[in-house]
Ligand binder design. Structure first.
Ligand code: SF4
Length: 102
């Protein structure tokens, strides 16, 4: 599954960002929503559909795919802040990148 925001339609309410901060972010300085994942993990499909249904201006479009979650459509976008923080915390716990396995 992929998800896109029609940035001409977005009303900058921030609803989608509050619902899924690891999937959507608001760009500076205008607050228009952006998607920050290339594909939506299967565990978030229902939440993304809900966010799309709750967008007050129907600016969020869900693109269902039979190709699975590994389908890529271009380069990865920059991670959302919530996603970046998760990666930073993981790097701090494991600064050398070694996972302790032999
Ligand atoms: S919920 Fe809709 S209008 Fe509000 S920020 Fe997200 S895309 Fe824009």
């Amino acid at each position: 599954m992929r998800v896109v925001v029609d940035q001409d339609l977005c009303g900058t309410t921030g609803q989608c960002v509050l619902t899924l901060p690891g999937t959507f972010r608001q760009r500076e300085p205008d607050g228009v929503a952006e998607v920050c994942v290339a594909t939506v993990p299967r565990t978030l499909h229902a939440a993304v559909r809900l966010a799309a249904s709750q967008c007050p201006v129907a600016a969020i479009r869900v693109i269902e795919s039979d190709a699975g979650d590994d389908e890529r459509a271009g380069a990865d976008p920059a991670p959302c802040p919530a996603e970046a923080e998760r990666h930073a915390a993981k790097d701090q716990r494991n600064p050398g990148g070694h996972d302790g396995t032999v």
